[in-house]
Write a protein of this length. Structure first.
Length: 244
């Protein structure tokens, strides 16, 4: 067995936690705790922070995770739906960043993950003094992306991925200059969130970002309804197994 994992479960919020997410979160934590020895987990810590500016919430949560010595950070947004076994599958992968490709909250069927495609220059909207502290490659990233096509199984490299349900290894934060979570507009006026920018920075540093399509099948984005990517015949009830 490899080195034991110290898992920090981080949930940034911009308000209330979706009731369904709260139930899924409790079941997931219980399953990880009960299976810790089997999964090679020595410590589990829980971190939650509510702020109106999500990139700053993620930044502070990441600092908390690094402070307690986490080796893996499990990010769960406050409006995600997931079965309790989904996290352990992600934790079993030897990947720097691995997560689910889920439907965006708007209910349009758009995916949260992208593969390499059309290029656009991205300029960080930060003070000049702060930009000078960051690596030159970070100040003018090339954001690339074509929507990732949902699949039944397998892992797929991603250029950008939403962090609503994903695992980030501590080595990612150790390899990147702070602040870790940055957001801004690209040359086309498209807003790029802190999760997409982190993925691009990780790729520029030689790290790997991958999507687990099997986990993606059972992760949903809650709003007025639970939006899932329609890639399999199972109903939402069949897709989510809430047994411990």
């Amino acid at each position: 067995m490899g080195a034991e994992k110290k898992v920090a479960i981080c949930m940034p919020t911009m308000g209330a936690v979706d009731p369904g997410t709260a139930g899924d979160y409790a079941a997931l934590c219980l399953r990880l705790a009960s299976g810790a020895e089997r999964l090679g987990i020595s410590e589990i810590s829980l971190h939650q922070l509510g702020m109106t500016y999500l990139p700053l919430a993620r930044e502070r949560l990441a600092h908390q995770a690094m402070f307690v010595g986490a080796t893996h950070v499990l990010w769960i947004d406050a409006d995600m739906r997931f079965p309790p076994y989904a996290a352990e599958r992600l934790l079993q992968h030897d990947a720097d960043i691995v997560g689910a490709n889920y439907a965006r909250r708007v209910g349009s069927g758009e995916t949260s993950s992208y593969v390499r495609g059309e290029q656009a220059t991205f300029q960080l909207a930060l003070p000049e003094k702060l930009l000078k502290l960051l690596a030159p490659s970070v100040t003018a990233l090339t954001i690339e992306g074509a929507a990732m096509v949902p699949k039944e199984t397998g892992l797929e490299p991603a250029a950008m991925m939403g962090m609503g349900f994903c695992v980030v290894r501590a080595e990612v934060f150790q390899a990147l200059a702070e602040p870790w979570f940055l957001a801004g507009y690209d040359a086309k006026g498209q807003w790029n969130g802190e999760d997409w920018v982190l993925c691009q920075r990780a790729l520029a540093a030689g790290l790997h970002v991958v999507v687990d399509h099997e986990v993606s099948r059972v992760v949903g984005h809650a709003w007025s309804q639970v939006n899932r990517l329609d890639v399999h015949p199972m109903s939402p009830v069949e897709a989510i197994d809430n047994r411990l």
